[in-house]
Design a protein around this ligand. Sequence first.
Ligand code: THU
Length: 136
Amino acid sequence: MTERDERIARLLEAALAARAKAYAPYSRFLVGAALLATNGLIFTGCNVENASYGLTSCAERNAVFGAVAAGCRDFTHLIITTDLSGPTPPCGACRQVLNEFAPALWIGLASPRGLLENHTLSDLLPKAFGPWNLRK
Ligand code: THU
């Protein structure tokens, strides 16, 4: 296994472990996300639902917010996993939040059996609005 393969394997393991912690009693759709930072650290998130449904927070955004709160803002890779056998892409709101910090992010979509496909954030969110658009 190359060093890169090992990093991806570790990230996948972290995403699967995060998915196991998801709190999704309403949708029963469990999502786990693992974000690899440039400094090698991994930050994870799971979806957290609420009886007031609209307050639900997605796995990917929880991973980003945890990382930023820990002082980390530079990311290279993200893996998203659900219980489904097919790939689950990130929702539009999560794409926008990821774009704030990592417009060139590599995004792997995985099932419990392993990685299914990969994309870049710029493929998933073309012509994105970002911090650069606020500059006069
Ligand atoms: N969900 C995520 O965690 N990430 C996404 O990108 C899509 C949706 C969660 C939110 C909710 O708890 C459940 O999946 C069903 O929408």
